[in-house]
Design a protein around this ligand. Sequence first.
Ligand SMILES: Cc1cc2nc3c(=O)[nH]c(=O)nc-3n(C[C@H](O)[C@H](O)[C@H](O)COP(=O)(O)OP(=O)(O)OC[C@H]3O[C@@H](n4cnc5c(N)ncnc54)[C@H](O)[C@@H]3O)c2cc1C
Length: 389
Amino acid sequence: MSNTADVIIIGGGIHGASLAFHLGQRGLKTLVLEKNVLASGATGRSSGMVRMHYDLEPESRLAWKSFRYFRNWKEVVGGDCGFTRTGFIQLVPEKDEAAMCDNVLMHQKIGIPALLIKPDDVKRLAPHFQTDDFTLAAYEPESGYADPNAAATSLMDAAKRLGARLIQDCVVTEIQLASGKVTGVSTSQGDFSAPVVVNAAGSWAQPVAAMAGVKLPITTWRHDVMYVRNPQSVPEHSLAVIDNVRSMYFRPETGGLTLVGLEDDNPLGESPDGYTDRAQPGFVERAIDRICERIPVMEEGDLHSDNGGYDGISEDQRAVLGQIGPEGFYAQCGFSGTGFKIAPAVGLCMAELIVDGEAKTVDISPFDPNRFARGELLEGENAYDDIWH
Ligand SMILES: Cc1cc2nc3c(=O)[nH]c(=O)nc-3n(C[C@H](O)[C@H](O)[C@H](O)COP(=O)(O)OP(=O)(O)OC[C@H]3O[C@@H](n4cnc5c(N)ncnc54)[C@H](O)[C@@H]3O)c2cc1C
């Protein structure tokens, strides 16, 4: 087994797998080193929402490019990503309605199927929703959700067919440097060498960057979700929703379930190895109250399960993409709780950056890891409050 590659990727989540796939398409041999098993980090816990609604144009562009993968996964990647089209609506508090209108215009300019609809239209799409606390909604009829485990597995399988190797149970402990360049890594399974090393370590991105002498302003973000069994009177409902009025999001899940997550009280700075088999105490009660406010008939539903997960979150809650520190060291991290849906396009753009020196599919220079040192934090053109508060 050769211990040499063109590119070493630290982290076998959706981002490591996407980058390995796209580098493989460009003829490079990659080595994905994963301390646990594929998709055992944020990816395996992700709610898998796939929508294009952002308040920052480069993020919408990444989501839109990625959407073409989700919709045509079998042809573009191979295998299945479990994409389910449900339609998606974004609700915002009254103070953000003008910003939402401008954001929908921005989405339409990019080509995203998006429109503004009234509460009556929402009622027609989702008759059980309570609709008297908003006057407008942004609607994406094509959006929905996918299965993050299936997406990561099929991307990694496709990467392997193109020559990539995944080594699991392999902890990277050191990044080797010589004359200001990366030369490889030391791991629990020995040393591996490559002129390029990519930090795709999710909520472990900060300690991994430190191994290369790089300080990244990324901390951890904990996020809990619950699954509710729908009441018998409403066995299915069909919309994925980000509900900023009630600080939550929810979507249907197969098997007559509804997945619910909350935008507030997601602790920062905990160990990424914290306990995630169950949600934090108090979460389920709060989430049940919120979902029943929006869908009152959910009072008749019951709890199916709950759990948590960790992602890396950056100072401006936006991705961190590009070269930083020693030559050959790249960051593909800091996805701040929204990185699943953009992973296909991010992997493509990072491959372009590494191979050609510049990303052409989408300009990812706004996500430059060096922006923090320059004090240039990203903010939406028509900004909402921070997603997570
Ligand atoms: C509960 C939850 C719900 C979410 N819902 C959504 C959603 O609906 N839509 C959306 O778009 N995004 C969502 N996200 C965010 C999204 O899931 C993440 O942004 C995305 O999965 C990050 O992928 P990743 O590959 O960067 O990180 P990860 O999947 O965390 O992968 C990083 C990997 O690096 C490995 N690693 C770390 N350190 C080392 C080391 N030293 N050596 C070797 N390997 C190492 C880890 O084991 C891990 O497997 C959610 C996140 C969470 C936690």
